[in-house]
Design a protein around this ligand. Structure first.
Ligand SMILES: [Zn+2]
Ligand SMILES: [Zn+2]
Length: 330
């Protein structure tokens, strides 16, 4: 089969052995494989990196003793793997499993190998491309917004309008919340407005905190979500909150930010939430979102065949995109 190698700011195609089914592990022919912001570290890093990609949808083409799936089933391919038996796997939050078996293969490939219980069936009316949004475009934001119990009664600040942040804008609008979005890139702010955000601010030009205070008689807002992983934006989300507000961090920040358990936490009653992926039981909710939200397709801006993999990654690196999808058979 063909798979994509990335590194040194380039992407190219190479050959790899076809994966084989074994026990609960099935083989899926990948039809849509979105690029994630987290894949871009390997793309920019020196060397040649195989095994990238962790989102996508496809069709089951080979099974061993698997019994939930059969050849021909259309499925969502969840990231990574899990033991299927521990506390977090049983809760559906398998992404945090510490006993995950080896054997999962990267999704930037024509075929992947995956445990069948991590591949929910894709309804016939959801296309492979649209269904692939149930990976990182929607999952971290969905989990965060649900954990914060976000509703139409809330105004939410969303900082960082890459694919994950724009997914959060779309889901927050679907839930009826008022959205104040912020990002320095004009192109991304335009997309937020298209998805229904009430405001899209440039934090290099507008004092976002003052904007929120002016809008709320100095009170602040009850929900904030950062998808940028930028420490200043994360701190802004904390500062923007009214007493008893909730903030979610879903952008990766390997560093530290200032947070006072007393001043920020106890005395203001603020709740801090994080999310990496979503629990498995939420697939139906995201299918409902894809069916009912009128602008869901706007979360996909580019699709490239494997022959154009280099252009696909260059597009992702340009930041002038929402989701960029690789189609391994084109
Ligand atoms: Zn991802
Ligand atoms: Zn487990």
């Amino acid at each position: 089969m063909k798979h994509v190698i990335i590194g040194d700011g380039k992407a190219w195609i190479d050959d790899a052995p076809d994966p084989t089914p074994e026990g609960e592990w099935v083989v899926i022919k990948v039809h849509s494989s979105p690029i994630c912001g987290s894949d871009m570290h390997a793309y920019h890093a020196p060397g040649a990196h195989a095994g990238g990609g962790h989102e996508g949808t496809g069709e089951v083409v080979a099974v061993d003793t698997a019994h939930r799936l059969k050849v021909g089933d259309r499925v969502l391919i969840n990231p990574q793997s899990g033991c299927g038996e521990c506390r977090v796997c049983m809760s559906g939050d398998y992404i945090h499993c510490r006993h995950a078996p080896a054997g999962a293969t990267g999704h930037f490939a024509q075929y992947v190998r995956k445990q069948e219980w991590l591949c929910p069936k894709l309804p016939d009316d959801i296309s492979y491309d649209l269904g692939s949004l149930m990976s990182c475009a929607l999952s971290p934001a969905y989990q965060a917004l649900m954990r914060m119990q976000t509703t139409a009664f809330h105004t939410i600040l969303i900082t960082g309008l890459g694919p994950v942040g724009l997914g959060a804008v779309a889901l927050a609008k679907f839930l009826g919340a008022e959205v104040i979005a912020a990002d320095m890139e004009p192109w991304r702010r335009e997309r937020a407005l298209e998805l229904g955000a009430e405001d899209a601010l440039d934090p290099s030009e507008v004092d976002v905190l003052q904007f929120i205070r002016d809008r709320t008689d100095g009170e602040g807002i009850l929900r904030a979500l950062d998808a940028s992983g930028n420490g200043q934006a994360e701190r802004l989300c904390i500062d923007a909150l009214a007493p008893l507000g909730k903030v979610a961090f879903i952008g990766e920040n390997q560093g530290d930010i200032e947070f006072s358990p007393s001043r920020d936490g106890i005395r203001r009653g603020i709740e801090v939430i994080t999310a990496w992926h979503r629990d498995l039981k939420s697939t139906g909710d995201l299918v409902t979102f894809l069916r009912r939200f009128p602008h869901a397709e706007k979360l996909i801006t580019h699709c490239f065949g494997f022959g154009e993999a280099d252009e696909a990654f260059a597009t992702m690196a340009s930041r002038q995109c929402v989701k960029v999808i690789l189609r391994p058979w084109e």
